[in-house]
Design a protein around this ligand. Structure first.
Ligand SMILES: Nc1ncnc2c1ncn2[C@@H]1O[C@H](COP(=O)(O)OP(=O)(O)OP(=O)(O)O)[C@@H](O)[C@H]1O
Length: 460
């Protein structure tokens, strides 16, 4: 394929419709020169027939054509190819056509006669817009994959209580404080509240207060003007403004420094945001959902969390129970999390009995996030389902060993040590340096212990 052909195919495909012969000829030669493919039609009906057959990136259409005018073509194009960018050309723009054009989401106008440079500039902007739309769609897809779906899995009593509370509070405007250990699903609860609220079509903006460096929190939350501080090369919109009309989710609210707590309280009370370096304020309408794994009451007593802020944020509280208090949810969650990675295998046969027993008997200090990590690890190791105990991470096996040891009858420390060494050697297929590393001892110590155990065995 020659370079020109490649260039044409990489560019947009434009559908051009105009009854003026000389313009048809001009576009037939000039648009490909700009790097675009073009299909030229002499009237609206032919343009619609072309749209029925194939998709185009851009529709460049004359307003006044006999038979079917430009607006009618665009109206038809919107139902046939909703994603198409439409541009109108007209010799006499009027208010009526401008309104009709707005109604059908026309991208822009070209006034006739137009200069080639104007057409090229406009097509460049259409192309940029198409690229941004594609990037947005790709980012949304990545976000969906990264977040998983927002469904709160769990049918046990504790999760049913959580779901009922979400259903009650979601349609209100109340601030909600979600409490629970790390990884137990607080952010998912926040998303469920937003998704079932009247703000569901507006943005949900999560902010991890614990992950923001102290000197950047204010500008992240409230924005800044150009030059507000060294390094502020351009103005920045704060996350409160991004969330306007929707919900802001302040995760790890307990990590917010005291000075910021005071500023946050003022914003929550007035809705007025002032960007760093700005003299004016902007009013925002944002619903607040916060989360913490910290004991805020204790922090208030210690003077590290403002009592007035606490009263402002905990109008309604939802406690998400740790996974160990709802073992009945582990199997359902494990299957749900596995389905994030694998679509093969039948739902009834995703884990061997041994693997499922391991999962359900473990105490999950890292809660659902830890379970999600163990499952992800297992899906990488496991070529074909079901997942077996051997597919679990080594560290998980170490905890399993600890559990077995805890549950066994009385034994001496030396006996415990021998069991641990044998298991480590088994797991590492006799590889002593690897076993020593797993056991946290030097290779020399491991040899000494193996020799001592063997001597003891020989001595009977
Ligand atoms: N009930 C649930 N159903 C389905 N997935 C869940 C559930 N609870 C948690 N998860 C998944 O577990 C992971 C951790 O959840 P999430 O981020 O909501 O926890 P968190 O409590 O906000 O954690 P942290 O305290 O660290 O901020 C996510 O991948 C989430 O999708």
């Amino acid at each position: 394929m020659n370079a020109d052909k490649k260039k044409e195919q990489a560019g947009m495909h434009i559908l051009f419709a105009d009854d003026e012969k000389n313009l048809q000829e001009l576009m037939r030669t000039e648009l490909p020169r700009m790097g675009y493919r073009v299909t030229v039609c002499p009237d609206g009906l032919t343009a619609v027939a072309a749209l029925e057959k194939q998709s185009f990136d851009c529709l460049l259409v004359d307003l006044d054509m006999p038979g079917m005018n430009g607006i009618e073509v665009i109206e038809k194009a919107r139902s046939l190819r909703p994603e198409i960018e439409a541009v109108i050309m007209t010799g006499n723009p009027s208010q009526e056509t401008a309104i009709a054009a707005l109604r059908y989401g026309v991208f822009d106008y070209l006034t006739k006669p137009s200069r080639l440079a104007d057409i090229a500039g406009l097509m460049g902007r259409v192309k940029e817009r198409r690229n941004s739309k594609r990037q947005l769609a790709a980012l949304q897809q990545r976000l969906r994959l990264a977040q998983g779906d927002a469904k709160l899995v769990g049918t046990g009593k504790p999760m049913e209580v959580v779901k009922k509370l979400i259903a009650k509070v979601a349609p209100t405007e109340s601030s909600v404080l979600v409490r629970g250990e790390t990884g137990c699903g607080k952010e998912l609860v926040a998303r469920a509240i937003h998704d079932s609220s009247l703000r569901a079509d507006e943005p949900l903006v999560p902010v991890n207060c614990g992950a923001l460096p102290e000197n950047l929190i204010e500008s992240e939350l409230f924005g800044h003007c150009k030059g507000a501080f060294t390094g502020a090369d351009s103005a920045r919109t704060g996350l409160f403004e991004v969330a306007d009309g929707g919900t802001i989710f302040l995760d790890e609210i307990g990590e917010l420094p005291l000075a910021m707590q005071a500023k946050l309280l003022r914003v929550l009370e007035t809705g007025d945001i002032r960007r760093l370096g700005d003299t004016e304020t902007t009013n925002v309408n944002v619903r607040l959902v916060c989360a913490t794994h910290r004991d805020l009451e204790q922090m208030v007593e210690e003077g590290t969390f403002r009592e007035d802020l606490m009263f402002r944020i905990n109008t309604f509280e939802i406690n998400v129970p740790p996974l160990r208090q709802r073992p009945e949810d582990i199997a359902t969650l494990a299957k749900h999390l596995l389905r994030r990675h694998r679509s093969d295998g039948s739902d009834e046969d995703l884990f061997t009995d041994e693997a499922m027993e391991l999962l359900t008997n473990y105490s999950w200090p890292g809660n659902v996030r830890e379970l999600a990590n163990v499952i992800e690890h297992a899906t990488i190791l496991c070529d074909s389902l079901p997942i077996d105990a051997d597919d679990m991470p080594q560290s998980f096996g170490r905890r399993k060993l600890r559990k077995e040891l805890l549950e066994s009858g009385p034994m001496t420390l030396r006996e415990l040590e021998v069991i641990a060494i044998n298991r480590a050697l088994q797991r590492n297929e006799g590889n002593k340096p690897a076993a020593a590393e797993e056991l946290g001892v030097s290779l020399k110590t491991l040899y000494n212990k193996i020799n001592a155990a063997e001597e003891k065995k020989m001595a009977g």
